[in-house]
Unconditional design. Structure first.
Length: 248
């Protein structure tokens, strides 16, 4: 079993355990490097800082040294403490807000989107990698994943007992695909620029944060090539999606 399975996900020590786990699992580290690369390629050019929410034990700042990494609680691995619903930045000052597997933990996603709309400049973006709902991922998230998965929930909000323990893995898909028309009515300041489903098996092979890796790190390129070969079926097979929202 992975070393963070069974730990209190809201405790700062679990963040440290995640950081150590990423360092010790080469295949999982390559998965994260792939996610960060996709986000980097989607960042808008121009002025303004890039803020990462929920940086956790990740290493995005290694790839983007100017990144403002953040967490909801203070610890030595991040630039600042930041609450997604109350960002301490002047209006229009951020070029982008980025995150990996964080949005689906926001029990008040509406509040975040409004606050992000205030802090982001015109032409700025929210860029995220998040779980996605497909025929394949429904099986995985229902039966092999510890976090809640409720794609049929009527509302976007959900109960939350802590910054990480509350979740709905289906939330990004619900807001930006299933309920896209409602999202566009409520948030005209945000345009859905791009949704790219991807990665049907690599995360599973990595073992994630809870299970041992099934593959050595040097094989990641081969698996990514195999996933690219089946990309025409990504709407049926993907487990994640790159989502880009552009500030109007």
């Amino acid at each position: 079993m992975g070393r963070v399975r069974g730990l209190d996900v809201d405790h700062p020590h679990t963040t440290l355990a995640r950081r150590d786990l990423l360092r010790s699992k080469p295949f999982l580290r390559e998965v994260y490097r792939d996610w960060y690369g996709r986000i980097l390629a989607a960042l808008p050019s121009g002025d303004g800082r890039v803020l990462e929410l929920g940086s956790g034990g990740g290493f995005f700042r290694e790839l983007l040294p100017s990144l403002l990494s953040s967490e909801i609680v203070a610890w030595q691995g991040v630039s600042l403490v930041a609450d997604a619903h109350a960002l301490a930045f002047p209006a229009g000052s951020l070029r982008a807000i980025v995150m990996t597997n964080v949005f689906h933990h926001l029990s008040n996603a509406r509040g975040f989107l409004r606050e992000a709309g205030r802090a982001a400049r015109g032409g700025g973006a929210i860029v995220m990698v998040e779980p996605w709902v497909t025929a394949w991922s429904r099986l995985i998230y229902r039966h092999l994943h510890e976090e809640p998965f409720e794609p049929d929930a009527a509302e976007w909000e959900f109960p939350s007992s802590g910054p990480v323990s509350g979740a709905n893995n289906a939330l990004p898909w619900m807001m930006f695909a299933r309920d896209r028309a409602r999202f566009e009515r409520e948030f005209p300041e945000w345009a859905i620029e791009r949704i790219e489903p991807f990665m049907p098996v690599s995360y599973l092979l990595s073992g994630g944060m809870s299970y041992p890796s099934l593959m050595p790190g040097f094989t990641f390129g081969l698996w990514r090539a195999a996933e690219s070969a089946v990309s025409p079926l990504r709407n049926q097979l993907a487990m994640f999606a790159l989502i880009v929202l552009r500030r109007e």
